[in-house]
Write a new protein. Structure first.
Length: 292
């Protein structure tokens, strides 16, 4: 199941008794077990399948009612209509199912644990020091997001291999607790390089609150850096990979800012007790003293 109109696919395997209030394509697979459902959803969320969807689905388009200016200025901002007719035609190869399942399992685990750091949960469950609890949750939430970015990258590159693309580029194991920050993905580094050379202009980094970097940061371990270097090199020299590894086909990981999420989740306990102002003051102080 996914939202019908989105910039990127967000397919989920859902066993709950949900009722969709808006149009949402729902896939029902014949003689499929849970593993197959999860694998299909994961593959539909890959950058390879995102490329396919954007060749066969219609862009929503549109202009501002007041000014007539187009609603999007870059292709990654465009929303596409993912109707059921096209979704059921999406290519799927189960040959790498066993290789994808560990990644899928890790994604599920991170998502489950990440719910515990949701500001609404923290505000409702914090026993005493709410300010400290929110600051710890903010760090945990960012770490979880970086873990999800890493896992999605491994899924994307494994899917390339499934379709015979860049099958010599290594895939990292997911047992190690590696993370990958937004802005540090190989395609983003390649994009930052083009921007620095004056070959391209983009709002990507500003829109996603990330800093463009033109080389792989030293934060990552040697094995991780080697794989990121190999992928970056392939993006810049392999036309097929270069097409797939563009912002328009990659997951944006765009979300409401943490402070806004705290504000929205804190109308009761946080706001009434004054803890929200204390928390905001603590965040402001930490931002001022954090090394660049």
């Amino acid at each position: 199941m996914t939202s019908e109109i989105e910039t990127n696919s967000h397919f989920v395997f859902d066993t709950s008794d949900v009722v969709c209030t808006q149009t949402a394509p729902v896939l029902v697979l014949a003689n499929a077990d849970t593993s197959l459902y999860k694998d299909v959803a994961a593959m539909l969320n890959s950058s390879t399948l995102e490329f396919w969807f954007k060749q066969v689905c219609f862009p929503k388009g549109g202009t501002s009612a007041s000014s007539g200016v187009p609603l999007v200025s870059e292709n990654w901002e465009e929303r596409y209509v993912r109707n059921g007719t096209n979704v059921i035609l999406a290519p799927y190869d189960r040959s790498a199912l066993e290789a994808r399942l560990p990644i899928i399992s890790q994604i599920e685990s991170v998502l489950t644990n990440r719910r515990l750091s949701d500001p609404r949960v923290v505000i409702e469950t914090a026993a005493d020091d709410l300010v400290s609890a929110l600051l710890r949750a903010a760090l945990a939430d960012e770490q979880a997001l970086s873990r999800l970015v890493f896992l999605q990258e491994e899924l994307d590159w494994l899917t390339y291999r499934t379709f015979g693309i860049a099958d010599d580029v290594p895939i990292l194991g997911v047992d190690e607790p590696r993370v990958l920050k937004r802005g540090d993905r190989p395609f983003e580094i390649a994009l930052a390089r083009r921007v620095s050379r004056g070959e391209e202009q983009t709002k990507w980094f500003d829109r996603h609150d990330t800093k463009p970097v033109t080389s792989i940061p030293a934060d990552y371990d040697e094995a991780h850096r080697a794989v990121l270097e190999a992928r970056l090199g392939r993006i810049e020299c392999d036309e097929t990979v270069g097409i797939l590894e563009q912002p328009v086909y990659k997951r944006r990981w765009s979300q409401t800012g943490w402070d806004e999420r705290v504000r929205l989740g804190g109308h009761s306990k946080c706001t009434s007790s004054g803890h929200l102002k204390m928390y905001q003051g603590s965040v402001a102080t930490s931002k001022c003293t954090r090394p660049s």
